[in-house]
Design a protein around this ligand. Structure first.
Ligand SMILES: Cc1cc2nc3c(=O)[nH]c(=O)nc-3n(C[C@H](O)[C@H](O)[C@H](O)COP(=O)(O)OP(=O)(O)OC[C@H]3O[C@@H](n4cnc5c(N)ncnc54)[C@H](O)[C@@H]3O)c2cc1C
Length: 312
């Protein structure tokens, strides 16, 4: 493909597909590079209960297929490949694919998402989506009235634990140290719930194994001060950080220390390089939801259109 594209979108999650839908309607004839996880993070989820209008709670794979069809129907061209390198030093941006193809575009929308960090246990992988989750806002509802654990000691872990304490009968906060990186106000709030018996802190503790019946989680085995303890529960929420998928952009645009794309330079989704925009989990450290990613994808396409118009 030697032509210079108006808009190249990288990533096929809610942010990428929504950007494509808006870019098509602005007649930008977008090309979208799907990456290795076609459809993004949602494709592994059995039930989505918070996508407006879909009260039938579709599985994530079908929801993302519908978004893909919508983008395709309006004219998006898909490339099933992965971006390995970028050069944003000139007006026309260059994007290198793993196949060796080099794409050239006037505007680029980065929508490459982020991946939650997990502990790396075999049993954790076995029970992902069957009691092991990394998103309380997404999956907490399925555990209402049940006992769950949150793993981590940062603010994100405390926010997840506070959210779950509203839904669940008891929340164990499991942390490998006795001190927390979380904001004091969050720690104080959770300590208050501890007094009420809604929360139990399990500190200086490492999870050795996620326990289950082969189908669903029914407990965790933690090791603390040389002693093993089995805790019976139904869900384990990992809150030990997220890793944005932004390696191909390092050195080209400004990133935060954790790899999140910095935005908000000249418009909400603009990056530090004119003509390059970012949307969704790759540039979001707060909300990380399908609907917020889609919303940012919409904004990025509108920002790209405005940028192109300013160059006419
Ligand atoms: C198990 C689970 C359940 C969830 N449940 C819900 C829920 O019920 N409701 C909700 O609102 N949210 C839920 N979420 C969160 C939601 O999935 C994310 O917020 C959302 O998918 C982020 O969308 P995105 O488009 O930014 O990125 P993603 O969905 O992560 O998509 C990123 C895309 O970028 C592509 N990509 C990455 N690197 C490259 C590269 N180098 N080159 C080309 N392409 C690349 C990937 O292939 C992928 O297609 C859940 C998340 C998980 C993990």
């Amino acid at each position: 493909m030697s032509e210079i594209l108006n808009t190249l979108i990288i990533g096929s999650g809610p942010a990428g597909y929504t950007a494509a839908i808006y870019a098509c309607r602005a007649q930008l004839e977008p090309v979208l590079v799907c990456g290795s996880e076609v459809g993004g993070q949602l494709t592994t989820t059995p039930e989505i209960e918070n996508w407006p209008s879909r009260f039938d709670a579709p599985d994530g794979f079908s929801l993302m297929q519908d978004m893909s069809k919508h983008a395709e129907k309006l004219g998006t061209k898909f490339i099933y490949d992965e971006v390995v390198k970028t050069d944003f030093s000139k007006n026309v941006k260059e994007v290198y694919l793993s196949s060796g193809t080099v794409l050239k575009a006037k505007t680029v929308i980065i929508a490459t998402g982020a991946k939650a960090r997990y502990l790396g246990l075999e049993s954790e992988t076995k029970y992902k989506g069957k009691g092991v989750s990394a998103c309380a806002t997404c999956d907490g509802f399925f555990f209402r009235g049940k006992e769950v654990a949150v793993v981590g000691g940062g603010s994100a872990a405390f926010i997840e634990a506070l959210y779950l304490a509203n839904l669940c009968s008891k929340v164990y906060l499991i942390h490998r140290r006795a001190e927390f990186r979380a904001e004091k106000v969050l720690v104080d709030r959770l300590r208050k719930l501890e007094i009420e018996g809604k929360v139990e802190f399990v500190l200086n503790a490492n999870i050795k194994e996620i326990l289950g019946d082969g189908n669903l989680v029914n407990g965790v085995r933690v090791e603390s001060n040389g002693q093993n303890r089995d805790i019976a529960l139904s869900g384990v929420f990992m809150a030990i950080g997220h890793e944005p998928s932004t390696k191909p952009f390092a050195g080209q645009i400004e990133l935060y220390d954790d790899g999140t794309v910095k935005t908000g330079f000249t418009s909400e989704t603009s990056t530090s390089v004119a003509g390059v925009f970012a949307a969704g989990d790759c540039s979001d450290r707060v909300y990380r939801q399908a609907i917020t990613s889609a919303g940012q994808g919409c904004k990025a396409a509108l920002d790209a259109e405005k940028y192109l118009q300013s160059k006419l």
